[in-house]
Design a protein around this ligand. Structure first.
Ligand SMILES: Cc1cc2nc3c(=O)[nH]c(=O)nc-3n(C[C@H](O)[C@H](O)[C@H](O)COP(=O)(O)OP(=O)(O)OC[C@H]3O[C@@H](n4cnc5c(N)ncnc54)[C@H](O)[C@@H]3O)c2cc1C
Length: 157
């Protein structure tokens, strides 16, 4: 199972290696690709599709976000964050080479092992696609284990 030295209460500093906007507007969505500041954290970090992390900036706040990268994508984690309030607005100010802190992995996972041999349909809209992305990437990276992969996706922009 997933673990982070067995303690998801420890905040780890991550550095932004890339950042880009997925959607414009008042409730814009920005994706951050990050890696652990301490590379040794990768030795103990493991997450499963569907799990989340608390993402924070000291002195500003901490909020829950899905880890939108699949465990099959090595060397980085992704978070796609919609700007809604205090913490997300501060996170949106951050760019490549800036840092924030994460705690996790937290929460349940999608039962991707039970789905082996089945056709997969994902249904999501807007930022709701964030927790589905790791499932889609997981299936693509384990293509022989699954049947057809179909995405149903709604977006305002
Ligand atoms: C399991 C889980 C997974 C999630 N995954 C994602 C994800 O992948 N991507 C993503 O973008 N989001 C995700 N979220 C949502 C995300 O956690 C919230 O958008 C985030 O916590 C908002 O933090 P904030 O400090 O920016 O907003 P806040 O400042 O807390 O504000 C949030 C909303 O409340 C309103 N508000 C604040 N204070 C008041 C008040 N006093 N009175 C009335 N309204 C108020 C704000 O205007 C805003 O609309 C997830 C949430 C959960 C629980």
């Amino acid at each position: 199972m997933s673990s982070n030295n067995g303690n998801p209460y420890i905040p780890y500093r991550v550095n932004i290696i890339d950042a880009w906007y997925e959607a414009p507007g008042d409730r814009c969505i920005k994706t951050f690709k990050v890696t652990f500041d301490d590379e040794k954290v990768w030795d103990t970090w493991s997450h499963r599709p569907g799990q989340c992390a608390m993402v924070g900036i000291p002195g500003i706040g901490e909020s829950m976000f899905c880890i939108s990268s699949s465990p099959t994508e090595k060397g980085f984690l992704r978070f796609s964050i919609m700007k809604t309030g205090k913490n997300t607005s501060a996170l949106h100010e951050l760019e490549k080479d800036d840092s924030f802190y994460i705690r996790g992995p937290l929460g349940n996972t999608f039962p991707v092992d039970d789905w082996k041999g089945k056709n997969i349909v994902t249904v999501g809209g807007g930022i709701g696609q964030a927790p589905l992305r790791p499932v889609i990437q997981w299936v693509r990276d384990n293509r022989a284990d699954y049947g057809e992969l179909e995405l149903i996706y709604g977006a305002r922009t």
